[in-house]
Design a protein. Structure first.
Length: 565
């Protein structure tokens, strides 16, 4: 389809060459351009005039596929009282024998191969001050043709003059380059040089012009999704470009064999160019993997690594395994922060922190295995392969790293804005020492955030049964734990409670926290019916007179505290 802006531009340029000029139009179809310029130039048109099935879809019930539409074209020209010289042949067999050419209008090609066939017959005869007007040259749908033009320009075969292009114009102005004689040497499928794209340097596009998608679409049609997203991130968000994308996406669907990749890319295109960035950031992302992928893009607009580190597959897996709920809850606390995660396990909460907009993430855990991908699936409550090891994730996501170290063994020079411990504090036997080690690794004004699972609540033992509905009184191990049996349970040294739980009281952990930090938020979260709140009896209270209902019925302690000056 040729736009009114295209026709006006072509007529103005042809007119500048004078009424005695010679213009060759390759692929006139039904004469929209021909009739606009035939009265101001000596016009020659080249086409085989074979009506295709594609033509029949665009203009049904006019001509049968396979027949010639030359008579129909001639009737249109005659209807305007105009005359043109017709060369009825295929582009590859066309030969020019009528002297110098002032303007070449190339209408038909939509691929590099077809463009080469058109240029080979006319470029040698183009005047030094002549011009080539390439319709579709600024269409984001035909990136291989644009790449070929850029390659010819970079090799000096063509020149691309500086031009300012309005949103509805797809015509690219070209001229003969100083090394046009090398045309035949250039492979239409050769890669572009690394020095930069000459089209992007010379053409100044309107903010709403669809060709702004050019680099991203070119990468997408080759399934180079990381590069496509990187190019997309360079675009200034513009809601009007979403209408352009609606036309591009169906074409890309036919060109790519990666439906999942295109679906994810399309989602990011919509997010990038929508009004969503005006929403309050960071956005929540715990309800679906798609929302997490969207949240990643919105929440990390200020982070230079956003596009290169975007891994929708890893985000989706982290969501499926239940590792995004907590980060979404604390997203406003970690956004924009360099995060140190102590006792991180496989570090998958760190994926969530980055989705929330954290600047960087370092997870520390002495028992983590960087080359093993088997993790706790929080959703299924099983141990499952995650699909990527910590080392592999670190190689794919620039700001994410996990190290098998204790916090006291790490570099004291590097500083963080935030330290997080999610259900970790109840496992640390040297909690005072660890909080001290954390404090010296925080910047001034840095904070600590932890969610502490209280040992003295109904399921503070961390063993079966964790829910009231899972009680099995026939299990002797459960009988030892049920209804606060774990409080004074005397385990063997190798038992989990002896090895893995520190039995710290709420007031004790608060006191240790206040030794190094000033508490800003301290929320004691009560147990629910499914976690035993209704099973506390006076008999149990009498059994443990040193504990209060606060000890028995507080499930978690959520604490946010600022480093003391």
């Amino acid at each position: 389809m040729v736009t009114a802006a295209d026709i006006d531009s072509i007529r103005r340029i042809v007119s500048d060459h004078g009424s005695d000029s010679v213009t060759v139009e390759l692929g006139p179809w039904l004469g929209a351009i021909s009739t606009a310029i035939a009265d101001i130039t000596n016009l020659h048109v080249v086409d085989n005039f074979k009506w295709t099935k594609h033509h029949a879809k665009k203009v049904p019930k006019k001509i049968e596929p396979g027949e010639s539409f030359r008579p129909y074209y001639e009737t249109i020209i005659a209807g305007f009282g105009q005359s043109v010289t017709i060369h009825s042949c295929d582009f590859e067999t066309f030969t020019w024998e009528s002297g110098a050419i002032d303007v070449v209008v190339i209408d038909a090609p939509k691929s590099a191969k077809m463009l080469k066939l058109c240029l080979q017959s006319v470029l040698p005869y183009l005047n030094d001050d002549g011009e080539i007007l390439l319709k579709h040259g600024l269409s984001p749908l035909y990136t291989d043709m644009a790449n070929y033009v850029a390659l010819l320009a970079s090799e000096g075969v063509l020149s691309i003059p500086e031009q300012t292009v309005e949103a509805s114009l797809t015509v690219l102005r070209l001229s003969k380059g100083p090394r046009s004689s090398r045309f035949e040497e250039i492979d239409s499928e050769a890669p572009l040089p690394m020095s930069g794209n000459p089209i992007e340097k010379a053409v100044h596009l309107h903010a709403d012009h669809g060709f702004r998608f050019y680099a991203a679409v070119d990468a997408a049609r080759r399934n180079a999704w990381t590069l496509a997203i990187n190019e997309l991130s360079k675009m200034k968000p513009n809601t009007k470009l979403l209408r352009v994308w609606d036309k591009i996406e169906p074409v890309l669907h036919k060109l790519t064999n990666d439906d999942d990749g295109l679906t994810n890319f399309s989602e990011i295109v919509e997010v990038h160019h929508s009004q969503a960035p005006k929403a309050k950031l960071p956005v929540a992302f715990h309800k679906s993997a798609a929302l997490a992928q969207r949240g990643y893009w919105l929440n990390n607009a200020a982070n230079a690594w956003r596009s290169a580190s975007y891994r929708p597959d890893i985000i989706e897996r982290a969501y499926d395994y239940g590792y995004l709920n907590w980060p979404s809850k604390v997203r406003e606390i970690v956004a924009g922060k360099d995060v140190l995660d102590v006792g991180c396990g496989p570090g998958l909460h760190g994926i969530g922190y980055l989705v929330a907009g954290a600047k960087s993430y370092l997870g520390l855990d002495p028992i983590v295995k960087p080359d093993v991908d088997r993790v706790k699936n929080l959703t299924a409550r099983t141990k499952d392969p995650f699909g990527w090891t910590p080392n592999q994730i670190s190689a794919l996501i620039e700001p994410w790293h996990v190290s098998p170290q204790a916090v006291g063994d790490t570099d004291k020079v590097r500083r963080f804005d935030m330290a997080t411990l999610h259900n970790v504090t109840e496992h640390l036997h040297q909690l005072d020492e660890i909080f001290a080690d954390i404090a010296i690794r925080l910047r001034k004004g840095g904070k600590i955030l932890y969610n502490h699972h209280n040992f003295y609540c109904w399921n503070g033992h961390h063993l079966p049964p964790k829910k009231v509905g899972k009680i099995d009184t026939s299990d002797p191990k459960q009988r030892d734990m049920i209804d606060w049996g774990h409080v004074e349970y005397d385990p063997a040294p190798e038992h989990y409670i002896a090895r893995g739980l520190n039995r710290i009281r709420l007031d004790e952990i608060i006191a240790i926290t206040e030794k190094y930090f000033e508490i800003e938020v301290s929320e004691e979260i009560p147990s629910r019916p499914d976690t035993g709140v209704n099973r506390l009896t006076d008999e149990i209270r009498r059994r443990y007179p040193y504990l209060t209902d606060r000890d028995f019925l507080t499930q978690n302690l959520f604490c946010l505290a600022r480093l003391r000056d």
